[in-house]
Design a binder for this molecule. Sequence first.
Ligand code: UGA
Length: 456
Amino acid sequence: MVSAQEISQAGQIRDARMRVAVIGCGYVGLVTGVCLAEVGHEVHLVDLDKKKIEMLNSGKAPIYELGLDLLLQSNKPSLHFYSDITEAIQDRDIEVIFIAVGTPSDKEGHADLTALFRAARSLIGLINEKTVVVVKSTVPVGTCDNVAEMLDTQRVISNPEFLKEGTAVKDCLEPDRVVIGHHFDCNDAVDIMIHLYYPIVRGDYDKIVLMDRRSSEMTKYAANVMLAARLSMMNELAVLCEKYDADIEQVRLGIGKDERIGPHFLKAGPGYGGSCFPKDVSALLCMAEKVKVEPIMLSAIKDRNDNQRYHAACKILDYFRWSLQDKRIVVWGLAFKAGTDDARESPALEIIRTLVEKDAMVVAHDPKATETFQEAFGDHDNLSYNGQYGALFGADALVLLTDWDEYKKPNWELIGRSMYKKTIFDFRNIWDREHLERDGFYYESIGRAPSATFFV
Ligand code: UGA
């Protein structure tokens, strides 16, 4: 395989400003488009959701993502929004078209490619023999080949996205690698991609990893399931630590110093969530089953994660001896992680569902994700929302599910005074157990034995 530098040097010197279209204004498409504008390209973004496009045209991002609003404003002249693909692409001499639509799980866990193939089909007749079509959505291995066949061109590139919600803009502008999967016969399409990304990698060609399309599609799944595996392993070790009176936080520091393991992605918690890990583990599981490979590891990653949410809920149930009637339980954190308004597959969905079904009165707070959580959870008579401290009045327990900065150093004096019972479940291990116990709180976390005294 030739290197990015070789291809780029062989290519012609191109105009640095390129004309790009992005189909799909979700987390991936919108952030990608805005970042490409930020580095100097002209970007035409399309989404079928007219409301989203109206918001974007008025200069507002439909999602919360650090720095996104600012970049939308400062790159206004280079950003154009449409709800119609033809209008976005026709007669604009677009060089690169990104497809960045959602590929959610269907009922059985397969990646649902309806939106992706709809987007690809809509390009028939709109592209010319030079256009490069880039699949950014996470797709099962072989999908780019299908898109190539549909569009009758091998200028289809697999270019998976590795950004994280909450730090998406930074991840996109400072990627640790850019994976470009291409057909062996299409070096000039690769050349275009390298020029497109040149201002983002700032000339550091080592960041560009060239490979075949199928390996590139698999790389995306491999990255996510590898990270999910780390988390499931840590969550299982956490359960063992609880039983053996060890401390998962000490263990994390102990193994994180091993250079082969490294310190990242080792925090035990209530289980991973979001729109990616659960979906991608399931999709790869389905892909394995399709080719009759027993997905031993993938099944274990998924089972541990499903179990971890239940394990967290059981800690609360056990404490109250499985009787939550008349108990007022406050939950801080509904987003699947800090820094995002996204509540998809959030551990909060399942944990709160278990609590209200056991008749607890749950009062919830989140700095950004209340609306998306409400949408995903629906209404329930036993669930209400309140301010961070307002929620605590008369509470029997405070449960922390998302490690927002707002929650890291709360006013413990006020919390202690407001609560009926000073009971804390810290499922992100962010608070100081010794300090809280000294102040008379019962404290329980993940991967550490609970406080000795029960106050029920
Ligand atoms: C994940 C990947 O990290 C990105 O590289 C990838 O591009 C993205 O999926 C995607 O496929 O689009 P994201 O889901 O946005 O990104 O967020 P992460 O920061 O990876 O967190 C995922 C889940 O793991 C969250 O529920 C988080 O709370 C949990 N987590 C993360 C832990 O429980 N412990 C940790 O140490 C780290």
